[in-house]
Design a binder for this molecule. Structure first.
Ligand code: SF4
Length: 481
């Protein structure tokens, strides 16, 4: 326990030294920013928020980390799946690690170029959700000259749940329901053999799924880590449904940091999102995970997917984490029908006003950090709202007009055909009303051509033209189509 505390103090101190050094070294960071980035102020603010201080390299994932997916593909992280650095078993682990693709991506990220598959982080930085940007997770990882200090394993999709926002690639149960074949991963004993060489230098190993506690190859990798590098942090993301003697014994002998997915604290909603899970069992298991992690002086985090289905509950979940003294982490959900970003503008405003009005209870470092993460989520939603508000502005009806003004406008279109003016005057005679027009309505009014008005006045009845005028007042269009 004391050892862990000392290592935490050492890490905090070295982070402080690095931050002070970077602040001096990159005090003119503004001059080093790639003009192609876009919102320079946001990137500078992001840099200000980094634990190790500002620096031109926006992300260190390519040189410090490596991610393996279920098909054998290796990438820099689980968000950048487009830029494949190599594929097992066609490429050995050494070939992937020593290959030029990692170096290339690292160089580009040091030029703040996110175009090689890093759009996820780019968007979050531009949205001001700095804590949500995956890139910052790599700032604190040890630089070992391209020898990974972290490996992320997403090797198998065996899972007992069929979460509403998930799909067959990540859950074998969903794949089975859909009649799809089980994905056969390529990770043979040869993979474990090759992994041995890189295990001693690992600081962190992350395990995603599927459900990690149901994936047999993970137990073999944990055995390897516990044998060759017992201090290595074993970070995993579980759905919280599996807890048995085997799980308990691994948690006790390894240096595990467990993240549990929770999207609701209400049984009905929880079970409708996390299909096949039993709410009470997961809640009990969370307490078991917390108890073991406390004994080991490690920490637990609760990982939340804020979605259309549960946005009202997010502040309550943050308070729950504060009460339990565990970290909260927010995922960004992109799945259609679930993503908050695709909600209509007025709904986003409602969420925003609610989040800004709540006062989340909690004291201490973890609670303060959780509240900051919640504020970052709010800022992310604010940026989605702002984009929709800006896009809808030209369509918003806010210019007060009346039929007399519209009549003058139409008569103006007939200035070279004054003989037709009485038709227009007749059209407007029974009309007397006020109405609102948008910027877009005014543009379409300006765009009505003289010859079209002439043609209408010559060929259509007064009643027909009046219908067009009323249609315009109602919809901003002169034609029904
Ligand atoms: S910038 Fe983001 S997406 Fe790209 S490698 Fe880093 S963490 Fe992954």
């Amino acid at each position: 326990m004391i050892k862990h505390k000392i290592s935490d103090i050492v890490a905090t101190f070295s982070g402080f030294v690095k931050k002070s050094r970077n602040k001096i070294r990159y005090r003119n960071l503004s001059d080093l920013i790639n003009p192609a980035f876009g919102n320079k102020d946001k990137l500078l603010a992001y840099n200000k928020s980094r634990v190790t201080g500002p620096e031109p390299c926006v992300c260190h994932a390519p040189s410090r980390s490596l991610y393996f997916d279920i098909h054998g593909k290796a990438t820099a992280c689980c968000f950048n799946r487009a830029n494949v650095l190599g594929k097992f078993p066609e490429n050995s682990i050494s070939e992937i690690i020593d290959g030029g693709k990692r170096r290339f991506l690292q160089t580009e990220l040091c030029r703040q170029n996110f175009m090689y598959g890093c759009q996820h982080c780019h968007k979050l930085i531009e949205a001001g959700n700095f804590d949500g940007a995956e890139s910052r997770l790599y700032d604190n990882l040890k630089d070992q000259a391209y020898v990974p200090s972290e490996i992320i394993f997403e090797l198998d999709n065996t899972c007992n749940l069929e979460c509403a926002m998930c799909h067959g690639e990540f859950s074998s149960s969903i794949a089975k329901r859909q009649g799809l074949d089980k994905i056969k991963h390529p990770y043979s004993p040869e993979f474990l053999k090759q992994l041995e060489a890189y295990t001693p230098s690992l600081k962190v190993a992350k395990f995603l799924g599927g459900e990690p506690f149901l994936i047999s190859i993970y137990y073999e990798i944990w055995d390897l880590i516990i044998k060759l590098n017992p201090k290595c942090k074993i970070n995993l993301q579980t759905n919280g449904t599996v807890f048995n003697d085997r799980v308990k014994s691994y948690l006790e002998k390894g240096n595990f940091y467990v993240g549990i997915s929770v999207d609701s604290l209400q049984k009905e909603r929880f079970e409708s999102i996390r299909k096949n899970a039993v709410f009470e069992n997961v809640m009990d298991n969370i307490d078991r995970f917390i108890e073991i992690s406390k004994k080991k002086n490690n920490y637990v985090n609760i990982s939340v997917c804020p979605m259309q289905q549960n946005w009202e509950e997010i502040p309550a979940i943050v308070e729950y984490c504060n009460r339990k003294n565990v970290f909260v982490y927010f995922n960004t959900v992109y799945t259609s029908g679930f993503a908050i970003s695709e909600m209509p503008e007025d709904k986003l405003l409602e969420i925003l006003e609610f989040y800004k009005s709540v006062k989340i209870e909690g004291t201490g470092i973890i609670a303060k950090r959780n509240i900051r993460f919640f504020e970052n989520l709010t800022s992310n939603i604010e940026s989605w709202y702002a984009a929709k508000e800006e896009a809808s502005r030209p369509y918003r009806r806010r210019h007060l007009w009346n039929t007399h003004m519209l009549e003058l406008k139409m008569l103006g279109k007939l200035k070279n055909h004054e003989n037709l003016s009485p038709v227009i005057t007749e059209v407007f005679k029974p009309l007397e009303k006020e109405f609102y027009l948008s910027d877009n309505d005014l543009i379409s009014l300006e765009n009505i051509k003289e010859e079209d008005v002439v043609q209408s006045a010559e060929n259509e009845s007064v009643e027909e033209i009046r219908k067009r005028i009323l249609l315009f007042i109602e919809t901003g269009r002169f034609n029904a189509k």
